[in-house]
Design a protein around this ligand. Structure first.
Ligand code: ADP
Ligand code: MG
Length: 696
């Protein structure tokens, strides 16, 4: 089938939209908007009812309002330490409102006297004067398109730098006019009727320029439902297809490798580990391939379990593969699995991104002819289409980087290995369904006995010197420390500490005479590896790092972690970070430096003092900050879900899953023409996003 869809208007590059040229296309790209279809799915973050404006005299405390008023005068008042505020008065026929912008000196140059503005914000009162702090502003224009911006329910879009609200609104207006009628309907008619969903073209119009807020909500639901349906259809179909295939060799090992391995360990498996291992072994013995998610908190012992499964596979003469999201983590796994497997005479190799071409060729040859029994690498292992002699089991360590499609490419290669996905992120059930709807789930819900509790303290900036003291004390006792910072480089925008800056600073001051190393994501893989190597070997006392140490780094002698500007991190992320310590015999300490004045963030950090339960921490994080933070900020790319949010839209998600199951049952051969538009849309979505799911 010809998959070229360039004839489809919504697949056109966004620069072809009216009002968007090369320059604005570049701005939009920052918001992951690359096509006209993406543009149409960039939904308003809220609406303003501008059918009538409020008068200043009618304002009451705590109202959220839009008012239309003329700028009168403004002044900057300087406070100490470079801070200050810009104060401006605006007037309508009924009165004056005073607006404040803190630490925004440039606001002085924004307004011209006599200019009419729209102001949106929350009303407060000072004495009897109505005020707004940091209202959103919009300049009324002379361009004759006022009917787009006023006299209706108006969309307010998420923006990127130097793209004003009005320009964005005008772009969307034009795009909706021209392209919404051309949007292909991909939802099967039966589903649309059953669920009373509007047509795609109506939904696109109503979601941007609605007749009423109610119709905007219905339109949004239709678009969210469609995203969920596409995604669940792919996952359900994949699971159905996988259940139909027979793998080459159901795994029935005698278990001699596994037993020797377990006997060599200095500990016994926990009951939870034993249980999930039985689930996995039963799955691998079946004729259809295993597709299983192994969930467990950091340090719960997933790796050991996966090693058992790999040993069973290898014993039957098949090969195993381990994939990790980063090179650091892959290197870590390579060391761990080599330690576990080599004593049993099993050959382990690693495929690195930075191997020389001839090294790559010989590594591939060893994989292709079966000499390599276990191969460890990054996700590039699948993307590069490495040829295996007989791949039996793939272990994917996703940590918290999700990629639905990457799993898909495994099954699409024509071989049907068993697949075990490991995840340390405690995922609410709904999100698990979204991300792993095609997998069965095993959970390790018990920590190995005797795990020492990490002592966690939240401190203010004033206590940093004491924290440094404490770290020096630990190092004197032969221990090592992590210092974690939110940024790599100095940022003059934010008053945040960066790893590089602090590295330069601390080795001359607080930690003069000690051995410091610097680790961040912008280093080359070999530089990272060499720093890690030194830290592991005890040749460094302190590792100054960004969140690249978050996953997989395993140095038992490290007993202190200090995270500065800890309020910049999500709790789930701090939990991952904290998982780097407490891995050895020595008592471990985690110090989180926050700002006591940021009351919410302080309270949030305090959760870390109270619990070490990853599920509780993640729940708290969702509750306080929404879902996006679970995944960390480094996720970027074309997102699969632009409109839908698996947590907020749980009912839609469940409905979409039911519909997807019904669709697959009604058409198990995937040939029904009525479903072809949905299949096209789903395929296109997965192809362009690589299954990357943006959440929150
Ligand atoms: P995860 O992959 O879930 O983060 P690992 O498998 O890396 O956990 O295990 C973390 C640490 O705990 C490792 O040092 C491992 O040797 C140890 N470990 C694993 N299982 C047990 C157990 N049952 N008892 C004691 N220690 C264990
Ligand atoms: Mg691990």
């Amino acid at each position: 089938m010809n998959e070229d869809r360039s004839d489809e208007p919504l697949a056109r590059p966004v620069r072809f939209a009216r009002g968007v040229g090369e320059q604005r296309a570049a701005l939009l790209a920052r918001m992951n908007i690359f096509t006209i279809g993406h543009l149409l799915l960039t939904l308003p973050r809220r609406y303003e009812d501008r059918r009538t404006f409020r008068t200043i005299a009618s304002l009451r405390k705590d109202d959220f309002v839009t008012i239309e008023a003329v700028f009168e005068r403004g002044r900057w008042s300087q406070a100490k330490f470079g801070s200050g505020r810009f104060e401006a008065d605006f007037r309508d026929d009924t009165g004056v409102i005073r607006c404040h912008w803190y630490n925004a000196r440039w606001m002085q140059d924004v307004f011209k006297a006599g200019e009419k503005m729209l102001l949106f914000g929350k009303v407060t009162f000072f004495r009897d004067m109505p005020c707004m702090n940091h209202p959103e502003i919009e300049r009324l224009s002379e361009e004759g398109d006022e009917s787009i911006h006023t006299g209706r329910i108006v969309p307010v879009y998420p923006l990127t730098e130097s793209l004003p609200q009005r320009a964005m609104r005008r772009i969307l207006w034009n795009a909706v006019e021209q392209y919404a009628p051309l949007a292909p309907e991909s939802m099967p008619a039966e589903i649309r009727e059953r669920r009373a969903l509007p047509q795609i073209s109506d939904a696109l119009r109503e979601v941007h320029f609605p007749e009423s807020l109610a119709s905007a909500r219905v339109a949004r639901e239709r678009l969210a439902f469609e995203e969920f349906l596409c995604m669940q259809y792919v996952l359900v179909a994949r699971k159905a297809k996988a259940a139909q295939v027979a793998k080459a060799n159901p795994v029935h090992p005698a278990g001699k490798f596994r037993e020797r391995f377990l006997a060599s360990l200095p500990f016994r498996l926990t009951n939870a580990q034993k249980r999930v291992l039985e689930e996995i072994r039963a799955d691998m013995a079946r004729p259809a391939p295993m597709h299983r998610l192994l969930q467990g908190d950091v340090g719960s012992g997933k790796t050991v379990v996966s090693a058992c499964a790999l040993l069973d596979t290898i014993e039957t003469g098949a090969q195993g593969a381990v994939m990790a999201p980063t090179e650091i983590l892959a290197a870590q796994h390579f060391r761990t699995f080599s330690n576990y497997l080599k004593p049993l005479g099993i050959r382990c190799d690693m495929l690195k991104g930075e191997l020389k071409e001839n090294e790559k060729i010989s590594a591939r040859a060893a994989i292709a002819d079966g000499r390599t029994q276990l191969i460890v690498g990054t996700h590039a292992l699948i993307q590069d289409r490495v040829a295996f002699k007989n791949l039996g089991l793939i272990v994917i360590d996703e940590q918290h980087k999700f990629g639905v499609e990457q799993r898909g490419t495994l099954y699409d290669k024509g071989t049907y290995p068993d697949v075990l996905v490991m995840s340390a992120t405690p995922i609410p059930r709904t999100l698990a369904m979204t991300l792993y709807g095609d997998l069965d789930v095993s959970v390790i819900d018990e920590m190995p006995a005797g795990r020492q509790q990490i002592t966690t303290r939240v401190v203010g900036e004033a206590q940093l010197e004491k924290a440094y003291d404490f770290i020096r004390g630990q190092i004197k006792q032969g221990r090592q420390a992590y210092l974690v910072y939110p940024l790599v480089n100095e940022s003059d925008l934010l008053e945040l500490k960066s790893a590089t800056e602090m590295f330069d600073d601390l080795r001359m001051t607080a930690f003069a005479g000690l051995r410091l190393g610097l680790l961040h994501g912008q280093l080359k893989a070999e530089q990272k590896e060499s720093v890690m190597q030194k830290f592991r070997a005890g040749e460094l006392d302190i590792l100054v790092a960004t969140t690249v140490v978050e996953v997989g780094v395993d140095v038992a002698n490290a007993t202190v972690m200090l995270v500065e500007n800890a309020e910049r991190f999500g709790l789930a992320q701090l939990h991952q970070l904290r998982g780097r310590i407490g891995r050895g015999a020595h008592k471990s300490y985690c110090i989180l430096q926050g700002h006591p004045k940021g009351k919410d963030s302080w309270r949030r950090l305090k959760v870390m003092e109270e619990t070490s339960d990853g599920f509780k921490i993640a729940e708290e994080d969702f509750r306080i900050r929404g879902m996006g933070n679970l995944l960390g900020k480094e996720q970027s790319g074309v997102p699969l879900l632009r409109v839908a949010d698996p947590l907020a839209d749980i009912a839609l998600l469940e409905g979409a899953r039911q519909e997807a199951i019904a669709l697959v049952a009604a058409d198990p051969q995937f040939g029904k023409p009525a479903y072809e538009p949905l299949r096209r849309r789903a395929r296109a979505l997965f192809r362009e996003t690589g299954g990357y799911i943006k959440v929150g």
